[in-house]
Every structure is written in structure tokens, then in C-alpha cells.
Design a binder for this molecule. Sequence first.
Ligand code: NAD
Ligand code: 89V
Length: 343
Amino acid sequence: MAGLKGALIGCGFFAINQMHGWNDVEGAEIVAICDRDPERLKLVGDQFGIERRYSDAEAMFADGGFDFVDIATTVQSHRALVEMAARNKIPAICQKPFARTLSEAKAMVEACRAAGVALMVHENFRWQTPIQAVRKALDAGAIGTPFWGRFSFRSGYDVFSGQPYLAEGERFIIEDLGIHTLDIARYILGDVSALTARTKRVNPGIKGEDVATILLDHENDATSVVDVSYATKLSKEPFPETLIELDGSEGTIRLSQGYGLEITNGRGTTRMDVSPKLLPWASRPWHNIQESVFAIEQHWVDQLRRGAEHSTSGADNLKTFALVEAAYDSAARGQTIDIGAML
Ligand code: NAD
Ligand code: 89V
């Protein structure tokens, strides 16, 4: 079967990873790129040998010649670009955060549904090797029925040097990073019925919150805590690892710093190294994220060819995005938020 042709919009900081990922994916290649910044367009075009270059996405869609679009811009342009893809009947991948608000996200999902085109959110953290290993252990029944969990990302890493816009928004850690952690919590323990959150800003040099503690009531009666911080200085920097603790009816799972997975149950304790691969183009400490970029892109191609739903489809991501919006609402009002009422 002929490979799929893709076009990428947004040639910024993270798009470099996406372009490397596409080079490795079986069954797809990027044939056109677009960025309104001529320097970024040239840099990415030259580095990856892409001849078709556009400063305007409308012009790229008008020329056509591609089967899907990969939107790697920041959130402000996501709605316009996803709706442009839908109008042109082109399946779309959109980076997280999917939208500025839940109502905008719902409109984007509806536009693609009405146009009959696939839509996947590039929510890649659940595709990380250690997270997949936890999911696999649960599916194998290693700890029986989980009743409690903790999903933790605490770091002092300077994310602002690579992504300066993160220091400028009214919202920071929940919208940018907690969105991944909340998605992992859903992926591991299932959908959420209620949420309570508290936030803080510790770093005086940024506008938004850099610490959040979120309590989740899952629909299956499990309870979990999602705690995220970019104000945590540790002797050994864990960026960008998500640490997981799970207690179940038959045992426990611990995913600890350094990618160690420990499972304890009636048969004793097993310890495994679940480190991500260091792909040839990747670099530490980002290699965990970089490997998951390749994995989600391969999943996009495989499911598109099968005509099957994507793990992080637009519709699925509404349930993660609702948790982001609920967390800000809960922290502002000091109240528990009913998630079902938002969807
Ligand atoms: P960036 O600002 O470095 O790059 C965005 C690029 O898009 C810029 O070059 C800009 O000129 C271009 N652009 C914006 N609007 C455009 C439009 N309408 N048409 C054409 N070009 C346009 O941002 P970044 O750090 O690369 O982040 C991009 C997205 O990726 C963000 O949503 C961010 O949250 C996300 N991100 C995801 C991960 C992950 O692991 N999933 C990691 C980092 C960043
Ligand atoms: O994954 C992300 O969205 C990144 C980072 C890991 C720095 O938070 O913005």
C-alpha cells in the first residue's frame, strides 16, 4: 500500500521532534511544511529536505497533495487550523493543549465529525514506554483491582528557555504539563467523575501557576492524586519523568525515578527497568518524550489505515481537557467540580 503523505503546520521548538518522528514512522512521510515565520520555515525545510514550503496554511490546503495534516502550532491557532482541515476534508492531528476552552474543543471535535475526517490530539505522554508498562501490568491483573493512585511530576527544570511563552500565560502548569498527567491518570485508572484542585505560583518570574495538587474521583470508585510542580528542586532532577504509585486489591505498583518498575503481589516482588529507548536523533533527558512522539505518530498512521478510532481522538481528549478546565475552576472557587456535567 502506498505511504500516506502528510503536511506539518508550525515549525517551532517541538516540531523538530515531530519531523524526526515522521522520518522513522512506517507508512507516512511529510511532503509539505508551513510556518508564518520564514526563519523557522527555512530551518526545518533545510534540515529535513522538504521542498514544498508555505507561509500561509490556506495556500497549502489549496495546493493539496497530502492525506493528513499535523498541527504543531501553539494553542491560539488550533481551532482555526483544525476547522480549516475539516473544511478541506483532511484528517488532522493537533498538538496539546487542544484548545483554549472546553467549548472551543467541543466545536473542533464536532467540525471534524461533521466533515467525516479523523482527528487525533497529540497527547503523547500515555505512549511513553514506562506508562505503557504500567498499563500492561494492570491489564495482566498483577495487582487485582486498583483502588488508589498517585501520578506525580515534580521538577525544577528550566522549561522556559526552550519554550519562553510558558512564562507569559495566565495559566501554566496545569494547561501545559498537568494536562499530560491528568491524561495518564485517566488512561491508567479510567474516567473521572469529580475533581478538587489547589494551585500556587512559587516562581515570581512567571505569570501562571507552577504548582498544582489535584484530587480525582474515578468512575470506578478509585481515588487518585495528580501532583505537578516546576518549583521543586531535588538533588537528582527527574525531568521529564512521571512517577506512579498504584495500590490494588492484590498488590502494588511503583514506577520510580530512573524508570524502575516494582510490582508486589502474593507471588513476591519483581523489579524491571522500563527505560525508554534512546532513539538515534533523541537526547537526554527528553528521550522519553521523544520516543513517545514516534509512537503516537505510528499509531496515527496504523489506525488511519484501519479506519479505526485513535487512542487520543478528539472525542477522547475532551474528557482530559474537561479535567484541565475543572482544575482551574476548582482552584478558583475552592469547590469540587462535577465532571459529568461538563461533557
Ligand atoms: P513554538 O512557538 O516554538 O512553535 C510554534 C510555531 O508555529 C512557530 O514557529 C510559529 O511561527 C508557528 N505558527 C503559529 N501559528 C501559525 C499559523 N497560524 N500558521 C503557520 N505557522 C504558525 O511552540 P512549541 O514549543 O513548538 O509548541 C508547539 C505546541 O507543541 C504547543 O501547543 C505546545 O504545548 C506543544 N508541545 C507539546 C509537547 C509534547 O510533548 N506533546 C512538548 C512541547 C510542546
Ligand atoms: O510536554 C510538554 O507539553 C512540554 C513540557 C514537557 C516542557 O511541559 O511543554
